[in-house]
Design a binder for this molecule. Structure first.
Ligand code: FAD
Length: 322
């Protein structure tokens, strides 16, 4: 069993470099994923996260023009990808586990698989609503909020399984992270509630926070200050996603509910093509990371979304030569 995220933070002399990958679409080989990971390996990532994607509903054309609604997982493989990464690169992984699409028993079984594979990290999340639905609805027999998932994992760490008749249950050893939102979670009516629920996740046993991506460091610093005021004393790792295309100017606010600062917006609207936009995104990302590190963050976590070029440029400038 490798070291967990908290152990990595505690033993490090400086901020950690980590990143997140998404499982390839069904039918695409794992080599595609390795091609995205390879350019980042020499920067010595402390851990690699693998996202989890729940089922989607797709409509299949059937005879006589009928449409059949079919449930399908387009990006399966989170647990096995973690094992494959650990095997190939000898780097610890952090699988994301979500509430949506899982009963509590399925969650327990997934955690048992992870434990058997020697994976002792989990990022515990609620998950987004199914794409064709407007709001999140929990699976029958599953969890409604990330805090409930954190509680289940904490219970297993104490040897408490769903089946209370297990004799001498073996405790697991998961280090649990949770999500935080410097610009508020999009469903939350007010930051006050967001902090209340974030604190509940920590009290339930989460040991660190990874934030949603953001482009304005001041928002991160304000979030970190407020966490401190609320008594949340766990490491807070900022999440960074570089702008890579002109279309990100509208995609990021729409999809991630974050604001693009004025100066970055003005630079991006002047770009004539995606190469220029990527360069603007890289320069902004570098400045963001340098300021975050100067202000004592425990690490920087990059969202690659399967593309490593811009992340490599930024992380290379910030983390190479360590
Ligand atoms: P929660 O903490 O449950 O919060 C969700 C909402 O409910 C918030 O508005 C919160 O204020 C409210 N809330 C929380 N607890 C309670 C309560 N007890 N009672 C009432 N309201 C409550 N999604 C995926 O599907 N797969 C991934 O791999 C994935 N990875 C991510 C990684 C990071 C770093 C981040 C920041 C997000 C990721 N997401 C992922 C997206 C995430 O699942 C969504 O943002 C989701 O909408 C919320 O997840 P959460 O864990 O923050 O939920």
């Amino acid at each position: 069993m490798g070291k967990n995220v908290i152990e990595r933070i505690e033993e490090a002399n400086g901020p950690l470099f980590s990143f997140e990958v998404i499982p390839p679409l069904k039918g695409v080989g794992i080599e595609t994923l390795f091609t995205a990971i390879d350019p980042l390996i020499d920067l010595k990532p402390s851990f690699i996260n693998v996202t989890y994607h729940r089922e989607e509903f797709v409509y299949k054309k059937r005879e006589k023009g009928y449409l059949e609604k079919v449930s399908m997982r387009k990006r399966p493989g989170t647990v096995s990808i973690c094992a494959a990464i650990q095997h190939r690169y000898s780097i610890d992984t952090v699988p994301h586990l979500i509430c949506g699409g899982f009963t509590k028993e399925e969650t327990e079984n997934a955690l048992i698989d992870l434990d058997f594979l020697g994976i002792n990290n989990v990022l515990a999340l609620r998950g987004d609503p199914i794409k064709t639905e407007t709001h999140f609805s929990p699976t029958d027999g599953g969890h409604a909020h990330a805090v409930d998932l954190v509680r289940q994992i904490s219970d297993m760490n104490k040897g408490i399984y769903l089946d209370d008749e297990i004799r001498e249950p073996a405790p697991t050893h998961f280090c649990v992270g949770v999500a935080g939102y410097p610009e508020r979670h999009f469903e939350s009516p007010h930051m006050d509630l967001d902090f209340q629920y974030l604190k509940e996740k920590i009290e339930a046993g989460a040991q660190y926070i990874v934030t949603q991506l953001f482009f304005d460091n001041q928002k991160f610093f304000a979030f970190r200050d407020r966490c401190w005021q609320e008594g949340i004393r766990v490491p807070i790792i900022p999440g960074i996603k570089p702008i890579e295309k002109i279309s990100h100017l509208t995609f990021m606010p729409k999809f991630f509910h974050v604001e693009i600062p004025g100066p970055l917006t003005h630079s991006l609207v002047k770009c004539k093509n995606d190469d220029e936009a990527r360069q603007v995104g890289i320069e902004w990302g570098m400045a963001q990371c340098k300021e975050l590190i100067a202000n004592g963050v425990p690490g920087i976590h990059f969202f690659t979304m399967g593309k490593s070029k811009a992340v490599r440029a930024i992380a290379g400038a910030v983390f190479s030569g360590r």
